[in-house]
Design a protein around this ligand. Structure first.
Ligand SMILES: Cc1cc2nc3c(=O)[nH]c(=O)nc-3n(C[C@H](O)[C@H](O)[C@H](O)COP(=O)(O)O)c2cc1C
Length: 180
């Protein structure tokens, strides 16, 4: 059940980043407290203001911002999270976490988190089927990370194939079932 749970929503720099706003609204409607972490590249697609307004919480982008330096954000968010949902998850974040890289707020929080982490990938079909990306996904699944498969649909590059972010309801239902 999502109700009353602390969900960290990770937003990466993909064309479907705008859909994360709908995911956030759906999580809020089901009673979750949502804390958004955006990658710097995600901010090129959608503004942190959208997520702070919808979540009613500050959005974390930069681990090293000048305010509240006593607050180690990635450790705090990792410890309060009942789950981390990364939607959309880029090939980049999947590769970083699969290889233990924590070079920004989102990847560091994931590495520091002992709760469930769910990736909803979205990317070009060739990126998604790239053997390295698939190996990274298999590796993460073996470590217990969960994945919500992308759908077949029209991708940003114009082709109709696999790589489209799963639907908002499917993502939120998946999370609901994963949280006891
Ligand atoms: C217009 C545009 C759309 C992109 N869409 C995606 C995407 O859907 N999925 C993906 O994995 N990368 C996509 N990329 C590439 C990522 O932005 C790039 O790999 C970036 O380093 C990801 O950074 P992040 O994972 O830190 O957000 C796109 C890039 C551009 C310029």
């Amino acid at each position: 059940m999502i109700k009353n749970k602390n969900i960290v929503l990770g937003v990466c720099g993909g064309i479907s980043a705008y859909k994360s706003a709908s995911i956030l609204s759906a999580l809020k409607k089901r009673g979750a407290n949502v804390f958004v972490i955006m990658t710097k590249n995600a901010c090129k697609f959608i503004s942190p203001l959208t997520f702070s307004t919808l979540s009613k919480n500050n959005v974390v982008v930069d681990l090293f911002d000048e305010e509240n330096t006593y607050d180690i954000k990635h450790i705090r968010l990792a410890s309060i999270a009942d789950a981390i949902l990364i939607a959309p998850a880029t090939a980049n974040i999947i590769g970083k976490v699969a290889n233990g890289i924590g070079d920004d707020a989102l990847s560091s929080t994931v590495l520091a988190c002992k709760s469930k982490v769910i990736f909803a990938p979205a990317m070009n079909v060739n990126m998604f089927h790239n053997k390295i990306v698939q190996d990274n996904i298999s590796k993460l699944k073996n470590y217990g990370y969960k994945f919500i498969n992308p759908e077949v649909g029209e991708l940003a590059c114009g082709v109709v194939d696999e790589g489209k972010l799963a639907g908002t309801k499917d993502i939120v239902d998946f999370l609901d079932e994963e949280l006891v």
